[in-house]
Every structure is written in structure tokens, then in C-alpha cells.
Design a protein. Structure first.
Length: 571
């Protein structure tokens, strides 16, 4: 599976040496990591994740890049810190025992400073230098630096000591992260950004409509291009995950391979082969039209072929979906058991939109599916506006196209106008759009399916009746009656009427054939009788003719004989 698109444009100029952080997504945003051998400021309000990001920088360096690190804390004690990050799978005690990291807690007593009036960082330099040399550290974290100056009121002295500290860190050649609390009208309380001018990362934790979201922004990065947007990040059992904003260039790979929808009649409407692999499909319709059933059928077909699929459910629980699909002959439980199908169900209000995006990104990267279903995306409107949902889905589609994952969205349509776009405004983004509508006729409610669009392939423009039975899903031809399209019992009645008409026509034709046969026989009998009568008359006439001929012959013979006799008498 290909890596996520780098949001930093390529450059032909020499690149600034960088240290990879090992934090998922952050290295993509920074174009390779934070500046090597220079300090980086990570600032933000309380609870935004500064300490966690910095400790993960140290741990990832020790575990993945063989770079020992020193974590000097001015707020939390070493045992408290180890306990806090144990839930993320980080064993700080073990790493310390292996001399891959060193954690040092420095306590500053304000009363001592106030009594003596003296303040300098010489003791800190000695302590930090010893910690670095003892394990050969390449990475250093100072967390949280404001606590180091909490009792100092002399601003001139504070600025001088800050300059000394950052100059010392650069001379030492370590890659450092300094964390700082955000101040009024500036990034930190003490104005640290003025001194750590190479790279500044701002973390933000905001709550909008009772939904919390954490975001990250690279405020500045001297000597390097970098992403400048706000990027959502997620803190979970694996640490921090940052989701880079997708590339603005439309240069994603495409495939001509096809994937089946699981409904043969629908595949036939799509040129006989189904959807393009890596494409996005929207199935929209009013409530009860079978959108979830179509999504489940697609998931079933994917897993039947031995491919992995993820089902993101925002409305029903996995057990509900599995139970309900049994009614149409689909057993999804077997694929859950063999680990080809995974369900991830949650209420949209669990996270903000960006957090949902990050969570889906992590799951997809980890499970590596070939198809996913989001059912339904319209529920996401409860945690964001239509434009925000659309922006999120653009980024998700962009990422899935890069990974060549086929995605099927379901959406609840709140209008009855076929040509109107669905309420979430995503219909223009997808490659194929299936619309399932209610068709009310003859006192019944039936379903009709349209293929509104399917990019890059020949597809049917006809309406098909969408039928859901205990044997599964199917599409049948609709009937055109005197009053329009016929579905359901009206279609069955029309079919019965046509069948009855055919039987009556067959019967009428058969009756006419028999009548013709009888007339033919009568006529043939008459012809035979006349033929016999004609032969009889002919025979009588022939008899008369023969008698007359015989009489003539006898008369002629007699006449000849008499003539001969007379001749003999004369002689």
C-alpha cells in the first residue's frame, strides 16, 4: 500500500538536515522531521498534548532510530510520567534501564529565588550536560520551560538566561523540543518563540458544539518548506496520529479493474462488470429504501472473494446489521469470524469530523482493506455543517484513491426531487451515484433504482424496480402501463393480464384453426363427391361413345363386305 501523499512540494535545492520524530503523520507535514541539532518549540494551552508529543519524540527516537534521549521535566515527576504514558505502550522504566532514555525531574522553589534574588542556569547546564553524556543522547526535551522561570520577575535576566539556554543547546548539537504554555496574545507566556526561531509547532484543543478537536499547525520552519494548514491529530492507545491535509494536485493513480456490487442485475446496468476499483460510490435514497442492504451486499461480495472490507456504521450496531442482513440471506458473521470483515460503529458525536477522519485513516492504514462502507454519511451533519462534511469527505476520498480502496457511501435523502443533489453535497465528488426512490402506485410503496451517473463506463439510463426478498436483492424491469410505470402488484397484475391475453389469443387462434380444418374437410368431401359424379358421367359418356364407335365400325365392316360380295358376282 502506498504512503500518504506528502503535502510538502518537492524542491531541487539542498534540504535542511532533519531528525524524524517517528510520530505518525508529523514527519509528512514537516517534510522529514524537525531541524537536526536545533531547538523546536511546541506550544499550546493546557491539555492539548505537548508533553505527550515530546515524550513520544524521545521514545520513538530510542526505539526506532537508535537515538538515545533525555527528557527533563519541570512539572511532572519521573514516576508520574511513566505511569501516564504506560497506557500508550511506552515502558519508560525499561528504556531507562537499557540506558536508551533518561528522565530527570527538576524542581524549582520560588521561595529560594525570592530570598536570595539570585538566578542563573549554570546548575541546569551541568545537570543536563551530565544526562546527555551519560547515555550519548541525540535528543532532548525540556518540559515545561515556563516552570523554570516561574519565580523570576527580572525580565532582562530572564531573556539573557533564555538566550544562554538555546545557544548552549545548539552548541551541544542535540535536537531539542521545548514545550511552553500559550500566553495572552502570543504563543508562549515568556515569548519563547522569539528565541526558538527555527521551528515552532502550535497545538490547539478546541471545543465546538460540545465536540472536542485537537489540531496542529506549523507556525514557522526556518530553512524548510512545510505544510501551513491546520491538521487534526488524535491521541489514542498508540500515541499521536496526525492526518496531513490531502494534496491539492489531482494526480492520483487509477485502475481499470472492476469490482462487483454483489447484485448481478446492477453489474449488468454498469456495463456488465460493476464499479471501477478504487472508485467512490454514493447510494442515496429516502428512509427504508434499502441503502444499508446494498452496502452489506457489497461488503459480502468483497469478503466472498477473499478480500478485506471495513464497515463504518454511524447508525446501527454491528450486531443489528448482522441480524438484519440474515433476513435477506446474507451472513456477515462468517466474515467477521475469519477476519476479512471489520465493523467500526460509533455515534457521530463521539468525535468531531476531523477526529473521525483521523480514526478512519488509522484503521484503514492498519487493516489494509480493498473496500470500505460508510453508512450513513448524512449522520455526520450532526457534528458539522454540510460544507464541513463535504470538505472531510473530499479528503477521505482523496486518501482512498491514493490507496486504491473502493468506498461506498450511503446517504439519507430528505427530498423527493430526482435531479436535486443529496443533502450532504457529496454527489458531485463521487464516481458513481445510485439513487433509490419510493414509487407509490395502486396503494403500494415500492422501490425504483436509477444510475444517476457512473464516470468512465457505459451504464443504463433505465429505471429498474429494486426488489428486496428473503432470497436477497434484485433489480427487475418495470412495466409501462396506460398511467405510467407499474411496480409491485400492479406489475404482477399487468403481467397476469398479458399472460391471460396470450392464452385467449392462443385459444382463439386454435378455434379458428379447427373451424378452417372442418371447412377444409367439408370442401374436400364436396370436391370428392363432385369428382365421383364427374367420373360417373364421364364413364357413361365414354360408354355411349364406345357403343357408337362400335356400331360405326360394324356398319363400316358390313358395308365393306357387301361391296366385296358385289364385285365377286360380276366377275
Amino acid at each position: 500500500m502506498s504512503k500518504i501523499v506528502n503535502t510538502v512540494p518537492p524542491s531541487s535545492h539542498p534540504l535542511l538536515p532533519k531528525t524524524p520524530t517517528g510520530i505518525n503523520g508529523l514527519d509528512e507535514i514537516t517534510g522529514g522531521g524537525i531541524p537536526l541539532g536545533r531547538p523546536t518549540l511546541v506550544c499550546g494551552d493546557a491539555g492539548c498534548g505537548k508533553t505527550l508529543m515530546s515524550i513520544e519524540f524521545i521514545v520513538r527516537g530510542a526505539m526506532e532510530f537508535d537515538e538515545p534521549g533525555v527528557f527533563m521535566a519541570f512539572e511532572e515527576k519521573a514516576d508520574e510520567l511513566a505511569m501516564n504514558v504506560a497506557s500508550l505502550g511506552f515502558d519508560l522504566d525499561k528504556l531507562q534501564a537499557e540506558k536508551k532514555i533518561k528522565i530527570d525531574h527538576v524542581h524549582i522553589d520560588r521561595s529560594e529565588i525570592e530570598e536570595t534574588g539570585e538566578y542563573d542556569l549554570d546548575g541546569l547546564f551541568i545537570r543536563l550536560n551530565y544526562a546527555i553524556d551519560s547515555i550519548g543522547a541525540k535528543r532532548v526535551v525540556l518540559d515545561t520551560l515556563e516552570n523554570l522561570f516561574s519565580g523570576l520577575t527580572n525580565q532582562a535576566l530572564l531573556r539573557a538566561e533564555l538566550r544562554r539556554l538555546f545557544h548552549w543547546l545548539k552548541e551541544k548539537g542535540v535536537t531539542a523540543i521545548i514545550t511552553g504554555e500559550r500566553g495572552e496574545g502570543k504563543l508562549t507566556r515568556q515569548g519563547l518563540e522569539e528565541y526558538v526561531s527555527d521551528c515552532v509547532i502550535l497545538l490547539d484543543h478546541r471545543v465546538i458544539n460540545q465536540i472536542s478537536t485537537r489540531r496542529l499547525r506549523i507556525v514557522k520552519y526556518r530553512g524548510s518548506v512545510h505544510g501551513t494548514n491546520e491538521y487534526p491529530f488524535l491521541i489514542d492507545e498508540e500515541g499521536i496520529s496526525v492526518l496531513p491535509v490531502t494534496s491539492l494536485k489531482l494526480e492520483k493513480p487509477v485502475s481499470s479493474d472492476r469490482v462487483s456490487s454483489g447484485i448481478p442485475a446492477l453489474d449488468k446496468m454498469l456495463g456488465g462488470q460493476g464499479f471501477f476499483k478504487g472508485s467512490s460510490i454514493l447510494v442515496s435514497g429516502t428512509a427504508g429504501t434499502g441503502k444499508t442492504s446494498i452496502g452489506a451486499y457489497f461488503a459480502n461480495e468483497t469478503c466472498k472473494q477473499g478480500k478485506k472490507c471495513i464497515y463504518f456504521a454511524f447508525e446501527e450496531s454491528p450486531k443489528q446489521i448482522i441480524r438484519n442482513m440474515h433476513s435477506i440471506g446474507v451472513d456477515l458473521q462468517q466474515y467477521v469470524d475469519n477476519d476479512t470483515l471489520k465493523f467500526f460503529a460509533s455515534r457521530p458525536t463521539l468525535y468531531g469530523l476531523e477526529m473521525h477522519l483521523v480514526a478512519m485513516y488509522k484503521v484503514i492504514k492498519s487493516f489494509k482493506p480493498e473496500a470500505i462502507i460508510l453508512d450513513p454519511i448524512t449522520n455526520l451533519i450532526t457534528v458539522g455543517s454540510v460544507s464541513e462534511v463535504k470538505a472531510m469527505l473530499i479528503r477521505l476520498i482523496d486518501f482512498l484513491q491514493e490507496e486504491q480502496v473502493t468506498v461506498m457511501f450511503t446517504a439519507l435523502s430528505l427530498n423527493n426531487i430526482v435531479n436535486e443533489q443529496t443533502d450532504e453535497g457529496v454527489s458531485s465528488l463521487v464516481d458513481a451515484w445510485l439513487l433509490v426512490r419510493d414509487i407509490e402506485y395502486n396503494g403500494e410503496r415500492n422501490r425504483g433504482m436509477y444510475i444517476m451517473k457512473s464516470r468512465g463506463m457505459k451504464h443504463s439510463n433505465q429505471v429498474r424496480e429494486f426488489v428486496i426478498t428473503d432470497k436477497g436483492l434484485d433489480l427487475v424491469d418495470v412495466y409501462l402501463g396506460p398511467d405510467g410505470i407499474l411496480t409491485g402488484s400492479a406489475r404482477e397484475a399487468q403481467m397476469l393480464q398479458e399472460q391471460t391475453g396470450e392464452v385467449l389469443r392462443d385459444h382463439a387462434v386454435s378455434r379458428k384453426d379447427r373451424e378452417i380444418l372442418r371447412k377444409r374437410k367439408v370442401l374436400e368431401a364436396k370436391i370428392s363427391s363432385l369428382q365421383t359424379e364427374f367420373e360417373s358421367v364421364e364413364e357413361e359418356l365414354n360408354k355411349v361413345y364406345e357403343e357408337e364407335e362400335l356400331i360405326k365400325n360394324v356398319a363400316d365392316k358390313t358395308r365393306t363386305e357387301i361391296t366385296q360380295m358385289r364385285r365377286n358376282d360380276k366377275g
